[in-house]
Design a binder for this molecule. Structure first.
Ligand code: ARG
Length: 579
């Protein structure tokens, strides 16, 4: 609806420009907001206030001319001028009801993508292997998965790429440790985390060990068969561990989505050559670098993108350039989204620019770093175990499920244990995911079990419960969402408020897709659940006397149920019929 109003205003502006009322060449951002007080209509715009000055008119005068120039539209019943010159739009509730009817009749709830469908690479999760996944990997995995699902729902074809770090110096350390302790092979690989820690300790305490570790990396990268075999085992174990976490989280990632750093090995020399051919390379202390004028440090000295070290080794940036070229030339992506820690922002700005200058990506390809902040503990400090170690993801998820199970059991002691376990899983995992999804990704966030498992506020338990309330109406009725006849008619204020928000689902999803911000979908669902509550309180559904009113309310409830369910699924949560 806001988009339609923006479009109407745009047409009025074009007309007034043609008539000479407005100077040519203005391209204002047209703002349309929801009104707080419905006596001011449903939507308001300050456009006349913004453009009064360039038009040389008083805002109210311009507002009058705009109202006169607005094309008629069946969705708008009237437009009023308020205060200093706001335009207040009143929506036509019959037209709104018809839109909701169309959404009910559509498996995709009337949602359309703004613009054409694209091929989108989503770079997500991408942990460094040889260690178990830890909490630091959660955000990329969960937020990336949510956005990928929304893109798919809107009709984009999404290619997930798990750009795992499977080729770094950490492997030299592991290989050196294995060489020292051949017996550790069997027992050690069962607990990679422990193995990694032991190797790291040796690396830090012994210079000889560190030297050997570096030698082994070189051997590995040179293709030594024995090193490669052991490296492969580390990776297999590590990846199968990741896959378990993905499955448990209900994240849509499989082994087929893994395209790690090592996959680009044989292209790295060529990347450096291509940069040289383009005249982009300079040598600095023996290293091959790209310098660009717009990237300087605080002292004003140019910052390099190093693509080859003095010793010949390639770097993280080189692999990313190769990956971009592959995503453009082989995967034919129109857009690539990188869900990676905000601290890598400069890295991405720089490699994106190098890729453009070198022609590694086609001119129209959108490259976007979807950065996110750090996940902290409840005390706001970096997340650590009591003794200062990194928290294992598995332990965290175990605790979430256990707490959720206890919580649900305390509310529903009569349910049998296997159902309680199932609900505990959906609520516990859902709570961890939702807590992450519901904050703006670029801010840091504090992980707090009490908060995320609360039934009040913008949480997974609250939303999952809200859905079960809608479902229970239909359970009592003995019908499912699709089985109610009649038609939506909007009368009561609570009906209109709920209906207005329901009609915004598509707009919200498009916004998530454009900006990579699932938190806006979370707030939308939270709002919707609240509006449904007031509707439910004020407008009797099953007890409504008049059959056409009862049907209308049931249809509104059905659309609310389907929208909540779809929304939760897009966030990667598992809606429950009861809890
Ligand atoms: N493995 C990297 C890390 O843990 C993240 C990789 C992100 N993706 C990329 N194309 N650089 O920091």
């Amino acid at each position: 609806m806001k988009d339609s109003i923006r479009h109407l205003i745009q047409q009025a502006l074009t007309r007034l420009t043609a008539e000479g009322v407005l100077p040519a060449g203005l391209s204002p951002v047209i703002q349309v907001e929801n009104t707080k007080d419905k006596s001011n209509g449903d939507f308001a715009s300050n456009i006349a206030l913004m453009l009064a000055k360039p038009a040389g008119l008083k805002p109210r005068e311009l507002a009058e001319k705009l109202v006169a120039a607005l094309p008629a539209d069946s969705q708008v019943s009237k437009v009023e001028i308020a205060g200093p010159g706001f335009l207040n739009f009143f929506q036509n509730s019959d037209a709104l009801a018809q839109r909701l009817e169309a959404a009910l009749a559509d498996p995709r709830l009337g949602v359309r993508k703004n613009g054409v469908a694209q091929r989108v690479v989503v770079d997500l999760s991408s942990p460094n292997l040889a260690k178990e996944m830890h909490v630091g990997h959660l955000r990329s995995t969960i937020i990336g998965d949510g956005v990928a699902r929304v893109l798919e729902f809107l009709g984009d074809s999404v290619i997930r790429q798990n750009h795992v770090g499977d080729w770094g110096t950490q492997f030299g350390m592991l290989l050196a440790y294995l060489e020292e302790n051949p017996a550790a092979a069997e027992s050690g690989l069962a607990d990679l985390e422990q193995f990694y820690r032991a190797a790291k300790q040796r690396f830090d305490e012994s210079e000889n060990f560190a030297v050997r570790a570096r030698e082994l990396v070189v051997q590995l990268q040179a293709g030594d068969a024995n090193c490669l075999r052991l490296w492969q085992r580390f990776n297999d174990i590590s990846l199968s561990h990741c896959q378990k976490v993905y499955d448990r989280l209900g994240v849509k990632l499989s082994m087929a989505d893994v395209k790690g750093e090592s996959a680009y090995n044989d292209q790295l020399a060529d990347i450096v050559e291509a940069l040289r051919d383009k005249g982009l390379l300079s040598e600095s202390d023996g290293a091959q670098c790209v310098f660009m004028d717009e990237f300087k440090n605080a002292e004003g000295n140019p910052l390099p993108v190093i693509v080859q070290k003095a010793g010949g080794g390639y770097l993280y940036a080189t692999t990313d350039l190769a990956a971009m070229r592959y995503r453009s030339q082989v995967l034919h992506a129109d857009r690539a989204l990188y869900f990676v820690d905000q601290r890598q922002a400069l890295h991405f700005q720089m490699v994106f620019e190098v890729a453009r200058r070198a022609g590694f990506v086609h001119a129209g390809m959108q490259l976007e770093h979807m950065g996110f902040g750090t996940m902290n503990g409840a005390d706001g400090r970096p997340f650590k175990t009591r003794d200062g170690g990194t928290v294992k993801l598995v332990d965290l998820l175990d605790e979430a499920e256990e707490r959720a199970y206890a919580l649900v059991k305390s509310k529903n002691p009569q349910l049998d244990d296997s159902e309680l376990r199932q609900i505990g899983h959906a609520v516990g995992i859902g709570a961890v995911k939702y807590a992450d999804l519901s904050k703006h990704r670029s801010s840091d966030y504090s992980f707090n079990f009490e908060q995320m498992l609360s039934f009040e506020g913008n949480t997974a338990p609250y939303l999952l419960y809200a859905y079960t309330r809608v479902a229970s109406v239909f359970r009592k009725l003995g019908k499912d969402f699709a089985e109610v006849g009649g038609q939506i008619q909007l009368g009561a204020a609570q009906e209109i408020d709920l209906a207005t928000r329901l009609a915004q689902f598509g707009e919200v999803l498009n916004n998530v897709a454009d900006k990579g911000t699932p938190h806006t979908l979370c707030s939308y669902l939270y709002d919707l659940a609240g509006l449904f509550s007031s509707f439910y309180e004020h407008c009797p559904i099953l007890a409504a006397e008049d059959e056409s009113v009862r049907n209308s309310r049931l249809r509104l409830a059905a659309l609310t149920g389907r929208t909540l369910k779809q929304g939760l699924e897009l966030l990667g949560l598992q809606p429950l019929e009861r809890m």
